[in-house]
Design a protein around this ligand. Structure first.
Ligand SMILES: [Ca+2]
Ligand SMILES: [Ca+2]
Ligand SMILES: [Ca+2]
Length: 391
């Protein structure tokens, strides 16, 4: 199949110079389009176009603040955002923290305008922001929010930043979360799939309830160990080696009275247990709700081949008091491979056919590999150039 399309390599050689990226990017932060009141307040808050933490295009958006909370408001251009959210209300965004920054906690609230202007809808709970050096991807789950009439005059997404100390972050590549990129690991359809609390963990129990794993904690930090008599999930090592996010659906059944609960993860490797530095927030206030969270595990040592003796995934939950949560559908989100339209990890005939089938389309589609709003020769060439990668 590759040879069949060899003739096309004579076309548009310049297309090879086009920066490719995960498709379906909503905001690339090439302009300062989330400004809020931060530019003019004179109290230490700054929002600026930056070249740190760039994961798409030429710029990111930097925010420096002395700690505390403030809303940053989107630009209100309906057609730049609303059509994407009509496809999916789960978003990913890259967040980079520069060196020498460390804060005890940081998170972000998200709101959209509702059916009438200044009718704000804020998502329940907040999203953990990275607290230490590095680039981490966060998952923003807006499934609980209604969308306005498609013809509303303006539409915006707003980020409310909060930190327990002076913080500095860089945002880029706000994009659609793609279910196609998921590799399912634990569905808890029949049992706890090897999870247990271990002999030295007190104040927490695990049970299997309605096809989910229920964790009841008395509060504080507890590990949920994977492994036990049932061993590990087949192919888990192969999955984690090809992914970068652990994603799961978490239902807060009983909220901690202190109002907060969060989660980290660890994976075993020849180097021992590798623990993520990203903390996902799972409970907020007195609310009970279900949403999808992601734990970015980049930087964690991984198994060095696809078939190690064993590969285990542990979850560490923390709460400021008694908390009961249900966990379901733990999956691994695939690292992007350039030109992999259907996100199965391999650039092959299926991706090529997808681009050809959508050729000429200006719809929001993964076939628009270079994310320029049209499926054309440039996308075809990116797939051909990367043909065979990841396979
Ligand atoms: Ca950018
Ligand atoms: Ca593919
Ligand atoms: Ca394109």
């Amino acid at each position: 199949m590759k040879r069949t399309y060899g003739w096309i390599s004579g076309l548009l050689l310049s297309a090879f110079l086009v920066t490719s990226a995960p498709a379906q990017i909503i905001y690339s932060f090439e302009t300062e389009d989330l400004h809020g009141f931060a530019n003019s307040a004179g109290d230490g808050w700054q929002v600026f176009r930056a070249q740190t933490g760039v994961t798409h295009g030429d710029y990111s958006m930097g925010v420096q603040w002395p700690g505390g909370f403030r809303w940053l408001f989107g630009n209100g251009v309906r057609d730049e955002l609303l059509p994407y959210l009509q496809i999916s209300k789960k978003l990913l965004m890259d967040v980079t923290v520069p060196a020498d920054i460390s804060v005890p906690w940081a998170n972000m609230a998200v709101s959209l305008n509702g059916p009438s202007p200044y009718d704000w809808n804020q998502a329940v709970g907040s999203v953990g922001l990275p607290r230490q050096q590095g680039t981490r991807t966060i998952l923003i789950d807006l499934e609980s929010l209604p969308l306005p009439d498609p013809n509303i005059e303006w539409f915006q997404i707003n980020f409310g930043l909060n930190a327990g100390g002076a913080h500095e972050v860089y945002f880029d590549s706000l994009r659609l979360y793609r279910p196609a990129c998921e590799m399912m690991a634990f569905t808890f359809d029949n049992d706890l799939q090897g999870f247990n609390v271990g002999t030295n963990q007190v104040g927490i129990t695990l049970s299997w309830v309605d096809g989910k794993m229920r964790a009841e904690s008395t509060g504080g930090f507890k590990w949920l160990f994977n492994g036990g008599e049932d061993g590990s999930v087949p192919n888990l090592a192969a999955m984690v080696r090809r992914g970068y996010l652990v994603v799961m659906d978490v239902t807060v059944v009983s909220a901690p009275p202190a109002g907060w609960g969060n989660m980290i993860m660890s994976i075993n490797s020849p180097a021992g247990w590798g623990q993520s530095d990203y903390t996902a927030e799972i409970a907020s206030g007195s609310n009970t709700f279900t949403r999808t969270i992601a734990l970015d595990y980049r930087g964690v040592a991984l198994p060095d081949d696809d078939n190690p003796d064993y590969c285990l995934l542990n979850l560490g939950i923390n709460s400021g008091g008694p908390m009961t949560i249900d966990i379901d559908n733990i999956r691994i989100y695939r690292l992007p491979v350039e030109g992999d339209v259907n996100c199965d990890g391999c650039v092959d005939d299926a991706d090529l056919l997808s681009v050809l089938f959508d050729f000429g389309s200006t719809a929001i589609t993964a076939s628009d590999v270079n994310n320029d709003g049209v499926v054309d020769d440039a996308d075809l060439l990116i797939v051909l150039f990367n043909f065979g990668r990841g396979c």
